[in-house]
Design a protein around this ligand. Structure first.
Ligand SMILES: NC(=O)c1ccc[n+]([C@@H]2O[C@H](COP(=O)([O-])OP(=O)(O)OC[C@H]3O[C@@H](n4cnc5c(N)ncnc54)[C@H](O)[C@@H]3O)[C@@H](O)[C@H]2O)c1
Length: 276
């Protein structure tokens, strides 16, 4: 990883729960190694509120996105809309590295990965809200036979998704533990674009989209998001359980995902990589 002789310039795209907390960390815990060179969101009010709370100069706010990217070293993508691919492409075209939180949106974007390789920039994919990605990356260098992921979420963490209406599932009426999805990673990211980034991260870490089976389970008794992953391969077996506390700013997002994004950025800026 590149070593920098100045504070790395970071443009944060998406100033919601994750983007705001990453931006705050850049100006606090990571301030020795990096600084904000852009804040961007389709909701201008969010940019202004965040900029005010962390003292970011006006010239770095919501101007032309390409201009902000050009004047940065690295972009952080933390949006909840369909434009992730476009933002990643713009960053790479300008030869800038990008940390992507919405991993499910770039699951099969081989062309983007190749362009990043050609333009010598990094696509940084944090582990997010799940433990075990470090070991899965190593295990993928030998044969992986099977991966099972069971994601448990309270109904409130799944609401607003048209998938449930299509399947005739009323989340408010469920009385007991219910499997609401059982399928592969392509179907999972298609139906749950906001909820199952960890499945995409596992598939990319394992370098296999076909060996991963995902179950999404909900129950009125669940209070938090948890992910249980089991991997069987030549290396042996991994079993990892992550019981997450929700992020106070967005109950659909786990706090660990935010911390994982910040840690990945720190590793990029300091050049010290720990794990795998
Ligand atoms: N990798 C993981 O483990 C993991 C975990 C949790 C969330 N996520 C993903 O991270 C992303 C952000 O999560 P969050 O909790 O911060 O969401 P959020 O809803 O709190 O914030 C998203 C922000 O993006 C903005 N936005 C939407 N479209 C935009 C666009 N085209 N350009 C600029 N801004 C735009 C919204 O206005 C909002 O402020 C989501 O896609 C979520 O699925 C990943």
């Amino acid at each position: 990883m590149k070593s920098w002789n100045y504070r790395v310039k970071i443009c944060v795209v998406g100033c919601g729960a994750i983007g705001s907390r990453i931006a705050k960390s850049i100006t606090k815990d990571l301030k020795k190694d990096c600084r904000i060179s852009g804040l961007y969101d389709i909701d201008r009010k969010k940019v202004d509120k965040l900029a005010k709370s962390i003292n970011v100069e006006k010239k770095y706010l919501n101007s032309d996105l390409d201009k902000l990217i050009k004047n940065s070293d690295c972009v952080v993508e933390a949006i909840n809309g369909p434009n992730t691919r476009d933002i990643v492409k713009r960053a790479i075209k300008h030869k800038k590295s990008i940390l992507v939180m919405s991993v499910g949106k770039i699951l099969e974007e081989e062309k983007l990965f190749n362009l990043a390789r050609k333009n010598k920039c990094y696509i940084l994919l944090p582990s997010g809200a799940i433990a075990g990605i470090d070991a899965i990356k190593a295990a993928s260098l030998a044969k992986i036979k099977k991966i099972n992921l069971i994601t448990r979420k309270p109904p409130a963490g799944l609401t607003g998704n048209p998938y449930f209406a299509q399947k005739g599932i009323n989340l408010n009426r469920l009385k007991k533990e219910t499997v609401v999805f059982n399928g592969n990673v392509r179907e999972a990211v298609k139906h749950f674009p906001q909820n199952i980034n960890v499945a995409a991260t596992i598939a990319l870490a394992a370098q296999s989209l076909n060996k991963l089976n995902i179950k999404i389970v909900t129950s009125p008794k669940y209070k938090s998001n948890s992910h249980e992953v089991e991997v069987l391969g030549d290396f042996g077996t991994i079993r990892a359980l992550t019981d997450n506390v929700p992020c106070p700013d967005n109950p659909k997002t786990s706090y660990l995902a935010v911390l994982s994004g910040i840690q990945t950025l720190k590793q990029y800026c300091t050049g010290i990589l720990i794990g795998t």
